[in-house]
Design a protein around this ligand. Structure first.
Ligand code: TPP
Length: 651
């Protein structure tokens, strides 16, 4: 971090004196709007220089200030859903001075993280956990006799589409706890929000008769607050009844036994404060529906909310997003290869359909959604549904390409086993962001997929080393066959500027010998094969002759190729951008044990058995020991220090 960069970002006059929420509570309520202005500006100043999530935090500035002003955090417990919108929260809770390290190696996490602050009550990154987590806290408080303690879950309308959120509400409604769910409704997920819930929320928001009535009830409710509980309950009943009658449907949240309040303007700080003060005194589970604008206060972000979800660095004056400029053509991102290739395949094979759970832009499924809208589906933040929907489609002979980020697939594991593999259905899983995800950190690394997919029957597990391989694997996966087919690839660019290669079938379970050698064999899976290729070339100059095999499939393994390797080499290194435990290297060790190869020493490089936080992908790979330097070092150790080799069999 250059010091001068940090110095550029000066907090406003009020903000510089707010080092914890208690300071905010001392700010006169007439000045809260100024705090909001300064906080918003501070987020803009920081993200424009250092990058990160953007629109979501701008949209909840007033909510953040109101929540910390009204509630007694950290005693009262505030849980942010996903957590990409919690920059204001971080800045107000003692982390302003370190905020320039946000999402960087050894810096602040881009998401709330328990180890980072007592104000981060729950670690997040994956969506829709907030209601269950806050309810757990609320039940614990009740059991401990802490009856005044408040618990607040802030959840977006996108995150609200997930089954987990409904599971939480279903329980909350009968829990008799001090739980407040703040629904931050901006009509957006990363891309525009989808599904019937979105229409329902719009219906409540735009119903004029309902809103007029609601305002009147609210005023009345305020007046009778000090009266006997019986009077209050009577008003509540009438309120409920009329709300249900006025809306086309009965109120969804009230039907789940949650008192519904709103919709309110989520940018009116004074109104928010007064509403929250009221809600604090209303016991039991309740929901406050706030209407906000994603990107509020920064026009380009308000206008193009998807682009400004996480824009990278930008010029805050002109709104120009900074992009690196290259003299030569660059390789595409793997996701772009996926997005274009699925359209190409779908035009050839009418059974192909595309499914994404809320990541059309991130996965590039939006290319198919545009080209063949009736055959590509964004199903909302609903990974479990995405997988079972794919299974259902497959029973009818359709060929679903279900594209899910590797780490989000963790949520749909039962569906992969129970709904797809046990029934031997032909579903193709494209796992994007496999391996280290980079700045999103621990919650987003796609570390475990090779391990958790390869142990399931009726499943092929593969990883392309480059763009052409991705295309060929996608082509192969949609050919007539039974069972599931996983193709995992990393975040970021491949290696082939000329990536539009002809589509060719790959024989399932075959790898490629890319270089012969005699001193040591490097076995790789996926994109890291490019590192091994680079290292093998470099080592030649040092007089070390390393062979390189791109295994391409973790399941089934290319046993012929492996027999060749283990009959020829007494030193082998396996390399994967995935967990060493149970992953590709483990599969190789199992092969070795099964065929009783005793004379080869194997070292496994990959993601170690620990939680690794954020950083550039290459920084993290370096830390884990499988960057090009790490691979070279491992080879040198094995080749030059025989004593080391005999004692250290694996990592
Ligand atoms: C389980 C899971 N799936 C997908 C994502 C990727 N993701 C991050 S934020 C986001 C949109 C969330 O929308 P919403 O809750 O409405 O918040 P907003 O960004 O609109 O404030 C998505 C899909 C995720 N974090 N977790």
């Amino acid at each position: 971090m250059k010091k001068d960069n940090k110095m550029l970002i000066e907090p406003g006059k009020l903000l510089q004196n707010i080092n914890k929420p208690a300071d905010l509570r001392n700010v006169d309520s007439t000045e809260l709007y100024k705090v909001c202005e300064e906080l918003r500006q501070y987020i803009i100043d920081n993200v424009s220089v250092f990058g990160g999530h953007f629109g979501a935090s701008l949209g909840v500035v007033e909510l953040t200030v109101a929540l910390h002003h009204v509630f007694n955090t950290p005693y009262d417990q505030l849980v942010w859903d996903v957590g990409h919108q919690a920059y204001g929260h971080k800045i107000l809770t003692g982390r302003r001075e370190r905020f320039h390290t946000n999402r960087r190696y050894e810096g602040l996490s881009g998401f709330p993280r328990r180890a980072e602050s007592e104000y981060d009550t729950f670690g997040v990154g994956h969506s829709s956990t907030s209601i269950s987590a806050a309810l757990g806290m609320a039940i614990a408080s009740k059991l401990k006799g802490e009856h005044e303690r408040q618990h607040i879950a802030v959840i977006g309308d996108g995150a609200m589409t997930a089954g987990l959120a409904f599971e939480g509400m279903n329980h909350a409604g009968v829990s008799d706890t001090n739980l407040l769910i703040v629904l931050n409704d901006n009509c957006m997920s990363i891309d525009p929000n989808v599904g019937a819930l979105k229409d329902y929320l719009t219906d409540i928001t735009t119903s004029q008769i309902y809103n007029k009535f609601k305002d009147d009830v609210w005023k009345l409710f305020g007046k009778i607050e000090k009266l006997a509980p019986g009077a209050r309950e009577a008003v509540q009943k009438i309120d409920h009844l009329i709300k249900s009658t006025i809306l086309n449907h009965s109120n969804l949240f009230e039907a789940l036994n949650l008192r519904y309040f709103g919709p309110v303007d989520g940018h009116d700080i004074n109104h928010l404060v007064s509403v929250m003060e009221d809600l604090k005194n209303i016991p039991g589970p309740k929901l406050l529906h706030c209407i906000t604008t994603k990107g509020k206060g920064y026009l380009p972000a308000e206008k193009n909310q998807t682009k400004w979800h996480a824009p990278g660095k930008f010029d805050k004056i002109t709104g120009e997003i900074k992009k690196k400029v290259y003299d030569t053509p660059q390789p595409p991102k793997y996701q772009q290869v996926f997005g274009n290739t699925i359209v190409e395949l779908a035009k050839m094979n009418e059974k192909i359909v595309g499914i994404t759970p809320a990541m059309p832009s991130g996965s590039s499924m939006n290319i198919m959604m545009k080209a063949l809208p009736e055959r590509a589906f964004d199903v909302g933040i609903a990974e479990q549904h995405a997988v079972t929907l794919s299974a259902g489609l497959a029973t009818q002979g359709m060929i679903p390409f279900c594209n899910i980020y590797s780490s989000f697939m963790q949520r749909a594991y039962d569906q992969v086993i129970h709904d797809v593999c046990v029934q031997n259905l032909h579903v193709i899983f494209c796992l994007d962001r496999a391996g280290f995800a980079g700045a999103d950190g621990a919650t987003h690394h796609g570390a475990y997929d090779l391990a958790f997919m390869r142990c399931v029957p009726n499943m092929v597990v593969s990883a392309p080393m480059n763009e052409a391989e991705l295309r060929n694997l996608m082509y192969t996966a949609q050919l007539p066959r039974e069972g599931a087919f996983t193709i995992r690839y990393p975040r970021g660019q491949g290696v082939m500027p000329e990536w539009q290669t002809p589509l060719e079938e790959v024989k399932v379970g075959t790898g490629r010998k890319l270089k012969d050698g005699k001193d040591i064999a490097l076995l790789t899976i996926g994109h890291v094969g490019n590192y091994a290729r680079e290292v093998a070339k470099k080592l030649e100059i040092k007089g070390i002759d390393a062979a390189h095999y791109d295994m391409r499939f973790v399941k089934p393994l290319d046993e012929d190729l492996l027999h060749e390797v283990f009959n020829k080499f007494d030193k082998v290194i396996t390399i994967e951008d995935g967990c060493v435990q149970g992953g590709f290297g483990s599969a190789i060790l199992e092969f070795m044990a099964d065929y009783q190869y005793k004379n080869t020493v194997v070292r496994r490089l990959g993601i170690p058995d620990e939680v690794i936080e954020q950083g550039e992908q290459i920084e993290l790979q370096h830390y884990a020991g499988f960057s090009p330097e790490g691979i070279e070092k491992a080879v040198m150790e094995m080749v030059n220090i025989p004593e080391f080799v005999t004692h250290k069999v694996s990592q």
